[in-house]
Design a protein around this ligand. Structure first.
Ligand code: FES
Ligand SMILES: [Fe+2]
Length: 357
């Protein structure tokens, strides 16, 4: 698709369609496996309209359930992260084990006979891969490896599960969720928005490849003196090929996850819609566990630079959204350097057009 209707960035009905047909049916990255370490550690969030909980049960197995009570539907766990020994409903105190089984019903004898075995929490699909947790709010559709396995295999040499946070941050950005991803995957804006920063270091067009709805942009990192020596001093965890040391891979796992993969650091974006012209944005920057000396310094220098660049991006996104609101009847057309956006919007149209609900 070389053009898209501007209304896709401002229309509440279109967002409702995206939530129902894309978010409620896709494999979504919701956090790092290291955040849910032991039994009872949980993460609760809304996927579209579906309240979801992901947790480790008593055996350390990762599980996901719909986050609502089988008595009369009350939301069980507060959104966010925490630890529980069991899941207790705040309304009439039904109690569920960490594996979802209904364990206790106060005053059970005053119900008509209850088949407790069939009143466990509704299970959802959840899996760990590359150190991250992936959840699907729909029981239907392809499994995670069918959609993303090729990418997981490709990044396996980078051992992303060893990465540890330098900085993690949630913020609210006043623009449509798609605009953040669009902006992060096109190089057409570099000269004007990042004239003093990235533009100087990007000399060639990124290579583009697709994996179904997902895609990758590969950017060569411009050469400089001492490069080989510097790379060798800061690239633990390999061995990495010179090619791996000299390339940044930017993966977008449709719909809302992006990662920049390099041997010595990792960047993660999650973008969640919060109204048609607002989104919740997670930015995480990671280094390999145990970074010291030059590697430590290199990671921090890169992190500071990327924060600065991100600020340039967020400023322009705000102006983008303000303008689009005024020109909602227009169509946007994509440049060759915005070809990843064309691919993304094709996938988006396929999902939102799909009839089967
Ligand atoms: S709604 Fe949960 S116990 Fe009544
Ligand atoms: Fe940018």
């Amino acid at each position: 698709m070389r053009t898209v209707p501007a209304s896709r960035y401002v229309d509440a009905d279109f967002l409702a369609l995206e939530q129902r047909r894309i978010f409620e049916r896709s494999w979504l990255m919701v956090g790092r496996a290291a955040e849910l370490k032991g039994p009872g550690d949980y993460l609760a969030l809304k996927i579209g309209d579906v309240p979801v909980m992901v947790l480790r049960d008593q055996n350390g197995t990762l599980r996901a359930f719909r986050n609502h009570c089988r008595h009369r539907g009350t939301q069980l766990l507060d959104e966010g992260r925490g630890n529980v020994k069991a899941i207790r409903c705040p309304y009439h105190d039904w109690k569920y084990a960490l594996d979802g089984r209904l364990r206790h019903v106060p005053g059970e004898e005053l119900f008509e006979p209850l088949d407790k075995a069939s009143l466990g929490l509704h299970p959802l699909r959840a899996l760990e891969a590359i150190g991250l947790i992936w959840v699907n709010a729909s029981p239907q559709g392809p499994d995670l490896w069918a959609t993303s396995g090729a990418i997981f295999e490709e990044v396996a040499p980078y051992q992303l599960e060893e990465m540890t946070p330098v900085h993690e941050h949630w913020s609210t950005v006043p623009c449509n969720w798609k605009a953040v991803l669009d902006n992060a995957t096109e190089s057409y804006h570099l000269t004007r928005v990042h004239g003093m920063t990235v533009d100087k270091h990007v000399t060639t067009r990124p290579e583009f490849r697709t994996y179904g709805d997902h895609y990758r942009l590969t950017l060569p990192i411009a050469d400089y003196p001492w490069r080989t020596w510097f790379d060798a001093a800061t690239g633990r965890g390999g061995p990495y090929t010179p090619k791996q040391m000299a390339e940044l891979h930017k993966y977008v796992l449709f719909p809302n996850f992006l990662m920049n993969v390099l041997p010595y650091h990792l960047t993660i974006f999650q973008v969640w819609p919060d109204g048609p012209d607002r989104c919740r944005f997670f930015y995480g920057f990671y280094e390999r566990k145990g970074a010291r000396g030059l590697e430590w310094l290199r990671v921090r220098a890169t992190w500071l630079a990327s924060r600065y660049i991100l600020r340039e991006d967020l400023a322009i996104l705000l102006r983008f959204q303000d303008g689009v609101r005024a020109g909602r009847a227009d169509h946007h057309r994509f440049h060759e350097d915005e070809r990843a956006l064309a691919h993304f919007h094709d996938a988006l149209a396929r999902w939102t057009d799909a009839e089967h609900e």
